[in-house]
Every structure is written in C-alpha cells, then in structure tokens.
Design a protein around this ligand. Structure first.
Ligand code: SF4
Ligand code: SF4
Length: 315
C-alpha cells in the first residue's frame, strides 16, 4: 500500500477543535465573571465571601479581584517572607499531570488570542532563532519577579517598617506583582475600565500619566501581533506560561509521533505549519515531546496530520 493511500481519506469532523472551542467558551465565562457581569448587567458581588478564600476559583482579574489568581498569590506570599508550599505543590501537581492543558483549553487570554489568530489571513512565523530568543523573554520576566519578591520577603523578615514604606513607594507592585506583565490585567481590568469611562461619559481622564498611555499602546500592539503570530503573548511574555513550561517539560502527559506513519518534513510537515506555538515537532523525539514545555496540547497537529501519526501519551 502506498504512503498516499495511508492518508486519512476524508477530512474528518474536527472534533478536537470543536470540543476545545466549547471548553474555552465555557471557561471564559467561568473564569471571567466580570464578563458575565458586563454582558448581562448583573451584580455577582454577593458571592464575594464564598469566592475570595479560594484562589483557584477567584482567578485572573475577575470581578472580585483585589489581588489576582493562584500564581500572583504565590508571588505575593514570597514578598511577605512566606513560602507558599500548598499553592506551589498544587501548581506542580496540576502541571505534571495535565501539562499545559490549562493554556490550550481553559485560559481566557489564550482563547482571545485564538480568536484573533482565526481572523482570515495567513498566520506568520518568526525565524527559528528569533522564536527561541523571544520565548526566553517570559522566563526572564518570571525569574526577575521571583528574585524581587524573595528580596522583599527578606526585607519583611528583617524590617517590616521599611517593607511598608517601600510597598507604598512602589504603588500596586507588591499587591499585584503580575499586573504590569499581564495581558489578562489589560483585557479584563484596564481595557474594561476605559470602556466603562467612555460608555458612561463621566468625563474622568482615561489615563493618569504617560506610563499608562505607553502600557496601553504596548498591549494593543501585543493584541495586533497575536492576530498575525498565533499565541504571541503566550509564547513571549506570559509569566504563567514560563513557569508552566518549566514544569510541563517533565509532565507525564505528552504527544508522541509514530515513526512508521510519519513521512517527515520534506513530504509533509503539516503538523509544524499548524502549530500555534511554532514547535519544531519533527525535531522532537518520537516517543514523546513537549517542545521544551511550550506545547499547550491544543491538538491542532494531531487533527491536521494526514497520516494519523501523532498520538497523546500518558506515562
Ligand atoms: S507527524 Fe507531521 S510530518 Fe509526520 S505525517 Fe503527521 S503532519 Fe506530516
Ligand atoms: S505541538 Fe501540537 S498540541 Fe502542542 S501546541 Fe503545537 S499543535 Fe498544539
């Protein structure tokens, strides 16, 4: 039987993509209760007392967020001289078992980038070396944040008065260390506030200073880039993505490629062309790969492979 005849005959129903979109839409509303409040004009703040104690539910920039999600709680704990063993353990456990399923299927910021990338037009790809360098940026950000938070944790243990003074001097940085690095913050907090000011016509200034204007422009540019370069923010800047990639590289859940079925890059290479994280799938080991933790398990490669050569493995 020729290789050609081993191809999937008809294009099957894209069950992975459709299921993923449904999960993403449901997750979007579940995680971003602010969206529910806005769309249906309802006040969900009555649930505040039930939600606030559970950082896993009370996640990125929801309507009740005074801090933020699980990851920001971890950083904030470090800045108070505490090691968040429980949250860290939970984070490691979840990522080791599910890899970056959250990024591919649940994260609302990922979902919005997927929508932007679905705008008709050919997705662009960056050069391999540039892609590698860009992917490192998010690691630098999270390492920087951890070091700074540990530093503040040490200050807290030595001189709490000084800690309080610095906290005030730094504005919201110690309360919301991820805020300045978060597209989630921009989409569900900053942008939402600006729209509200314009909508209500209160006459309040949209920006308090030049830094806010620059930050606004920066994230608009990131959104525009995400329309051309799929998952641009996830790949380059997301601090959660950086930490998850580090752990996910050791995850038991990973994709594998059947060496008998796969015909390789010269004859096919479709999997690499559709991968939103621009992973060099065909340079990865057959038995299992995570693309150095960058694979978000979106399943696009598996769905697009004409030879059904990609499989999901656990263990
Ligand atoms: S794994 Fe990639 S290169 Fe191999 S057959 Fe499938 S789509 Fe083609
Ligand atoms: S390797 Fe496959 S599952 Fe992983 S991000 Fe790329 S397309 Fe998605």
């Amino acid at each position: 039987m020729s290789r050609l005849s081993e191809q999937k005959e008809d294009r099957p129903f894209p069950i992975i993509t459709v299921t993923r979109r449904i999960v993403q839409i449901l997750s979007f509303f579940a995680v971003n209760l602010i969206a529910l409040e806005l769309i249906f004009s309802i006040d969900l703040s009555v649930f505040t007392d039930q939600i606030i104690p559970y950082p896993f539910i009370h996640t990125p920039r929801d309507a009740w967020s005074t801090g933020a999600g699980m990851f920001e709680f971890m950083l904030f704990s470090l800045a108070r001289g505490e090691v968040p063993y429980l949250l860290m353990g939970l984070f490691f456990l979840i990522v080791l078992i599910t890899a970056r399923f959250f990024c591919g299927w649940v994260c609302p910021v990922g979902f919005i980038q997927d929508i932007l990338a679905a705008i008709p037009g050919k997705p662009k790809r960056v050069k391999i070396e540039t892609d590698k360098s860009l992917k490192k940026v998010k690691t630098y950000i999270i390492v920087f944040l951890i070091i700074v938070m540990i530093f503040f944790g040490a200050i807290w243990n030595i001189n709490q008065q000084l800690w309080v003074e610095w906290k005030f001097a730094l504005g919201q940085f110690l309360e919301r260390p991820l805020a300045g690095f978060s597209l989630s913050e921009f989409l569900f907090n900053t942008l939402h506030n600006k729209i509200q000011i314009i909508w209500q016509g209160t006459g309040d200034p949209l920006f308090d200073n030049t830094w806010q204007v620059l930050g606004f422009i920066f994230y608009i540019v990131i959104l525009i880039l995400s329309a051309y370069y799929p998952r641009f923010y996830c790949r380059t800047l997301c601090p959660y993505g950086a930490a998850a990639a580090f752990v996910s590289d050791y995850s038991a859940l990973r994709l594998g490629r059947n060496p008998v079925k796969c015909v390789g890059r010269r004859e096919c290479g479709i999997c690499e062309k559709v991968c939103p994280m621009q992973i060099r799938i065909l340079d990865e080991p057959f038995e299992g790969f995570t693309g150095e933790g960058e694979c978000i398990l979106c399943g696009r490669c598996k769905e697009a492979c004409p030879y059904d050569a990609i499989e999901l493995n656990f263990g």
